[in-house]
Design a protein around this ligand. Structure first.
Ligand SMILES: Cc1cc2nc3c(=O)[nH]c(=O)nc-3n(C[C@H](O)[C@H](O)[C@H](O)COP(=O)(O)OP(=O)(O)OC[C@H]3O[C@@H](n4cnc5c(N)ncnc54)[C@H](O)[C@@H]3O)c2cc1C
Length: 242
């Protein structure tokens, strides 16, 4: 079982991973931030701020927060540092305790992550929600299912790919469609201008954003049509063409 992240040794040796696209993520663990509301996380999008990605502030209480950026291409640290400078009220007296950088796979699940007597889980298999780059919950689910299937298979004395494919079936039933819909949503979003993104995000509520992470909602597109017909036509076009 390869649960060893994006650089997985098992994946590199035995799985082609042709669609394995990664973005760069860079994060500071900060203290002494002056956050207005420590109960809310904040997300900032925009092609200049974070090309094809976003910045986040995840408050952790008592002035501490994870502040990070995920984006396509280079310049993650520069853009994150600029973001901190642009928000002096919040970060003027804050200190960076730790920084971490790593690639995050956002190309959706790899074509095959079960073969012969081997299984990949989590980042190694691209099991990340592409629009948000979130993979903790999906990786935990994948690891749990794969562990159960591996245990049963070992007890039964059959660890062939037919037996292990139960893992893929069970994982995909829970997350497969959400990951592929989210990939389509990500591809669509990259085509909107910053102004259009501002309109779309104004129009959405908290739960809509969570739903959107799992793919565009056609019902929201219909609602948007009533208020912004031209933008809605573009959304509809993206929905049909992606
Ligand atoms: C900066 C940043 C912020 C993120 N924020 C979020 C977030 O807020 N929410 C979210 O859901 N996701 C987030 N993600 C994505 C999330 O971290 C990953 O999708 C998730 O951790 C994947 O879990 P994993 O177990 O597959 O891989 P990993 O968490 O990478 O774990 C792999 C483990 O394997 C170990 N390992 C590697 N090689 C070997 C080896 N040869 N032998 C033994 N052990 C080995 C590594 O040390 C590591 O412990 C973030 C990612 C980054 C980079």
């Amino acid at each position: 079982m390869g649960c060893d992240g994006t650089g997985s040794i098992l994946a590199r040796q035995f799985f082609p991973r042709r669609n394995y696209a990664v973005i760069a993520a860079f994060q500071y663990d900060m203290v002494d931030c002056q956050l207005e509301d420590e109960a809310s996380l904040e997300i900032f999008i925009g092609h200049k701020k974070a090309p094809a990605g976003y910045l986040w502030i995840f408050p952790k209480g008592k002035g501490t927060a994870n502040v990070g950026i995920g984006l396509k291409g280079s310049g993650a640290k520069l853009l994150l540092d600029k973001f901190l400078q642009d928000h002096p009220k919040v970060f003027g007296n804050a200190k960076i305790e730790r920084s971490q950088a790593a690639p995050v796979p956002v190309g959706g699940e790899i074509e095959e992550y079960v073969t012969a007597n081997m299984m990949l889980c989590g980042d190694a298999a691209g099991q990340v929600i592409p629009l948000t780059g979130a993979g903790i919950h999906t990786s935990l689910v994948a690891g749990k299912i794969a562990g159960e299937v591996a245990g049963k298979a070992a007890r039964e004395g059959d660890v062939g790919s037919n037996r292990l494919s139960e893992y893929k079936e069970r994982f995909d039933a829970l997350w497969g469609a959400k990951i592929s819909n989210s990939l389509r949503a990500l591809e669509s979003f990259e085509r909107f201008s910053d102004d259009e993104l501002n309109i779309i995000t104004d129009f959405l509520e908290g739960q809509d954003l969570v739903d959107m992470a799992h793919g565009f909602s056609p019902s929201k597109a219909v609602g948007l049509m009533l208020r912004h017909p031209i933008l809605a036509m573009k959304v509809a076009h993206q929905l049909m063409s992606s």
